[in-house]
Write a protein that binds this ligand. Structure first.
Ligand SMILES: Cc1cc2nc3c(=O)[nH]c(=O)nc-3n(C[C@H](O)[C@H](O)[C@H](O)COP(=O)(O)OP(=O)(O)OC[C@H]3O[C@@H](n4cnc5c(N)ncnc54)[C@H](O)[C@@H]3O)c2cc1C
Length: 339
């Protein structure tokens, strides 16, 4: 199941059972699918170990994503519903419908996190569910983030645009709120605290253990690569959420599926060139975009060009039913192409 479907499960327009596809479908493309846990990456001997076997590689592309790390914030797992955890998503759907009045708080509790606009999209969709349920006017919504503006990766203008959309839906944004712990009905920040009836969190993320264990990522970091996605080890690449590609000394490529796809294509082309003994010519272009659903089958579109000259460009196209239809098409096309 694509992650974006999690938000549709919250709105009730989708069920997990009818949204998943088997990764085994990649076998149709002549790719062997081994559904086993990777337990060790042995870079010296070019071997990947799984629970049941050892696989020798000539080229290794690491695409293990991130692990959610709610344990890094004391009390978070026990006292909040985790937006990015598939187990909690149906609970969020049911809880917001049962709530008749009170306070819903949402908090981003670690940086970086995947799909930077997704938590705002979730907030807007939750507001829209409350409107449909007729409870919206008696439910306060607060959004806490450690960042000063809503979307630093998108820059000040997009952040302001998103802030205004949130305001128009009566969702109060509180920047510079770094979460340190969560208790029953109380979230504590480095400075101050707030109470809530329901707390929905984006937990801290970390690199999967196997990539830290083999030294590809430093503890607390992701695998650092440049636009070629090559690691320091010969013929070993890292794509998608597991990597970190710095664009400027402060700005990294956001963790998003659209960029994981672009990086994958870059690496595939360059490996093909190596095998054919041709010049490697592909570079990750940093172009992409994602949809920002605002409720009632409307969405905005955030267009991104990370390597535009002289500096990254992002723009938010105003919410409309057309972008919502494009989002649905985006999912359909990817599933058809990949699986
Ligand atoms: C709510 C939400 C909405 C989103 N919406 C969008 C969107 O609209 N557009 C967009 O571009 N992006 C979106 N994203 C982000 C997008 O889903 C991710 O950036 C993308 O999935 C990253 O792909 P990946 O292949 O790097 O990692 P993943 O998709 O996380 O895949 C990694 C895989 O590796 C597996 N794995 C990890 N460790 C091991 C191990 N030791 N052994 C075996 N397997 C292992 C995992 O189980 C997983 O299947 C959204 C994310 C969320 C949470």
């Amino acid at each position: 199941m694509m992650d974006l479907v999690k938000l549709w499960i919250i709105t009730g327009s989708r069920e997990f059972e009818t949204s998943k596809r088997s990764l085994e479908n990649v076998t149709k493309k002549g790719i062997e699918f081994i559904n086993e846990n990777v337990t060790k990456i042995d870079l010296q001997n070019k071997i990947v170990r799984t629970s049941y076997r050892r696989l020798h590689y000539d080229y290794l592309i690491i695409a293990l994503g991130v692990e959610l790390a709610p344990e890094q914030i004391p009390g978070l797992k026990e006292n909040s519903l985790v937006l990015y955890d598939l187990n909690d998503v149906p609970k969020i759907r049911d809880t917001i419908r049962q709530l008749k009045s009170g306070k819903i708080a949402m908090a981003i509790t670690g940086l970086p996190y995947k799909c930077p606009p997704a938590p705002y999209e979730a907030a807007l969709l939750i507001r829209s569910v409350l409107e449909e349920a007729g409870t919206s006017s008696s439910i306060q919504m607060d959004f806490y983030s450690p960042t000063p503006i809503t979307l630093p990766a998108g820059g000040p203008q997009i952040s302001e645009d998103i802030l205004q959309i949130l305001k128009s839906k009566n969702i109060e944004f509180h920047g510079n709120h770094k979460t340190v712990s969560v208790e029953q009905n109380k979230i504590k920040f480095e400075s101050g605290e707030a109470d809530f009836d329901v707390l929905i969190t984006v937990p801290p993320h970390k690199a999967p253990f196997v990539v830290v264990d083999c030294g590809l990522a430093q503890p607390g970091k992701f695998i650092e690569v440049d636009r070629s996605c090559k690691t320091k080890h010969d013929r070993v690449y890292a794509i998608g959420d597991v990597n970190q590609i710095m664009v400027t000394d402060k700005l990294a490529v956001p963790k998003a599926g659209i960029f994981a796809e672009g990086e994958g294509i870059t690496v595939a082309r360059n490996i093909a060139s190596q095998i054919k003994k041709e010049q490697e010519s592909s570079t990750f272009d940093g172009k992409g975009g994602c949809y920002l659903e605002t409720g009632k089958r409307a969405a905005g579109y955030i267009r991104v060009d990370m390597y535009a000259d002289p500096s990254p460009v992002t723009e938010l196209k105003s919410p409309s039913p057309d972008y919502f239809s494009e989002k649905e098409k985006f999912e359909k096309e990817r599933l058809e192409k990949w699986l």
